[in-house]
Design a protein around this ligand. Sequence first.
Ligand code: NAD
Ligand code: MG
Length: 404
Amino acid sequence: QDTQHVQQITVLGATGSIGTSTLDVISQHPERYQVFALTAHSRIAELQALCLRHRPRFAVVADAAQGQRLQSDLRSAGVKTEVLSGAQGLCAVAAHPEVDAVMAAIVGAAGLESAMAAVTAGKKILLANKEALVMSGALFMRAVHEHGAQLLPIDSEHNAIFQCLPCNYAEGLAPLGVRRILLTASGGPFRNSSYAELEKVTPAQACAHPNWSMGQKISVDSATMMNKGLELIEACWLFAARPEQIEVVIHPQSVIHSLVDYVDGSMLAQLGNPDMRTPIAHAMAWPERIASGVAPLDLCALARMDFIAPDLQRFACLRLAIEAAQAGGATPIVLNAANEVAVAAFLQERIGFTQIPQLIEDVLNSAVVSQAQNLPEVFAVDQLARQHANVWLNKQSVNVGVGS
Ligand code: NAD
Ligand code: MG
């Protein structure tokens, strides 16, 4: 341990919920980890504060003009961080030869290109951005193998499954004696709400998750249960599973993060307090273990755990995602793109909560779905689906106008 090289870490999406938790774990182990690069989209002041604190070699922002301002502010503060911008900047810090590990924690399709850049550079990639696998699972997994990258799941469920599987899981589940994977879901804030109540849900209510504190997009995804659908697709790619081998079970306490059911009747689970620093620390240190700052689980205080089957009628997003997983090909790209547009429209109060699955289903039905063989084709399908979704939204506002 004492002669160990200090690992250089790039945190893509450093100002977000996962980014912040990652920096917290890094700060607890300065002898093991050093921040190499930090990136942010719009919260420049926060990024600046992070640069003062962590002194990275590079910082990346979306906009070049904002980048120049940040650069001069940092210089005046005596910080030597070099500021880059745009997609090129993101890919450069993900693939830089001095980087050991990349935390891919940008939200949505915007995170795919830089995550892929880390993979093709053969990095250790800590994958929080589930949308990357939903959009391009086949390409992504192939690139991981071709470039010798090491893929470690950060999503708590997938990290739990990873911990419950033997390390040769990549060869497929059947030879390991795995019967199925049980993906646990909290059920979100509206687990017990009627459909009539769901129709009146506000963005603030949807973002108030009972167990986890997360970014807005994934909070809404959790409330619609699209998050569990995206995770089912993510799990299929990570663990070479078919959709039928994965079962979703609602577990409101979010203490069991997922389970693996073996043919001999053994069921292995990973438990812990709902705090993302546990899967982050696990993936960062794997195969070793390091402290994460998370308190041990108090089973007697917890006292009980509940399990309920999901309701695919009230939570139509989960049904749509399972169907997209079964359809395969480019369908999950369409699902993801339509969902991103729908969630943004819901957060802007342009559509209601129950219109999220309506929009997605209509886009899935209207889009001409093909295969996507490379990243440009993936982004072409993504863009087309977004166009369909925006047409849907515009029709909707015309209808609202006529009605009122
Ligand atoms: P967040 O909204 O809190 O943070 C998102 C980060 O991405 C921010 O740093 C932001 O600056 C950056 N970003 C946003 N749009 C961007 C763009 N267009 N280009 C470049 N950067 C951009 O999100 P989060 O909750 O931290 O989630 C990040 C990812 O991790 C998501 O894919 C989410 O599904 C996944 N994830 C999150 C949690 C969680 O507990 N928050 C758990 C599991 C998985
Ligand atoms: Mg999760």
